[in-house]
Design a binder for this molecule. Sequence first.
Ligand code: ZN
Length: 325
Amino acid sequence: MKLFRKKYKFNRESLQYEEVKFSFKRFLARMIPYTISSVIFGAVIMFLYIVVFESPEEKILRSENEYLEKNFKEMSRRLEQSDSLLNEMAKRDNYIYRSLFEQDTIPCTIRNAGTGGSDVYSKYDGYETSDLVKSVAKKLDRIESKMNVQSMSYVTILDEIKHREKISSSLPVFQPIRPGDLTSIGSYFGYRMHPVLHFLRMHTGIDMNAATGTPVYAAGDGVVVTADGNNHGYGNMVEIDHKVDGLSSRYAHLSKILVKKGQYVKRGELIGKVGSTGMSTGPHLHYEVLIDGKQVNPLRYMITPTADEYKAMIEAANYTGVSFD
Ligand SMILES: [Zn+2]
């Protein structure tokens, strides 16, 4: 098939058909309207297709967006739950733990302090889901900040517990003679008739009667500051500095000293044996507790194994008998 067919035109003068010469101009004039209408028609069809139907890529993207939005909302909800949990922890921390360990409560303004201004979140601007992403980011920051405060609070409490443990293990509360070894209490703290000097004078400790060689234990943790026999009436004596509140304890009239000066001892550690050295009339332990070098009643600190024994010791403390010194 020929691209252009020959065209003929009837000539009225010559009464013949004459071939019409091809003219590009005429060709264009006839083709342009067809072309324009085709292009317009095509564009309309394309536009309708785009509006009514989605391309496969658009479909995937839309489904991904929906998936992300749904999951972001779910995460946002879970973050809110974590935030409420942290608020509960903060309440317990303030009103139970910190109060128990005599620490000031941490005010809400510090616990809920945010991070920076609104500018921090402007980087999330410009998208349909910006508000959702921003709210999740804000929640995360708030939780992070609360967790930091909570963590610091626990560190403070832990330090306080360690400090108290140290103090509590240092206090001279342990009875230096095992209850089974203790035959009786010869004399308590207070004014007593002196067995050798025969006049009423202050008895500066407790006399714990026990057989010679009975083990004597440290009443609390501390450092041995005296461990020798050069103590006049006290005979062989051990003195422990407990390094807390100016407290120290003395164990006198020992038959044997089992520790050395400068040694660190733990509560309940064997430090010597009961004896009758120094100014003493029989085997017993003269036990003293001192604050800043001044004797106080050891019963203020001593914990005896049973409540009944403790009560008996308190009752007997009021009895003014003869001390063994
Ligand atoms: Zn005594």
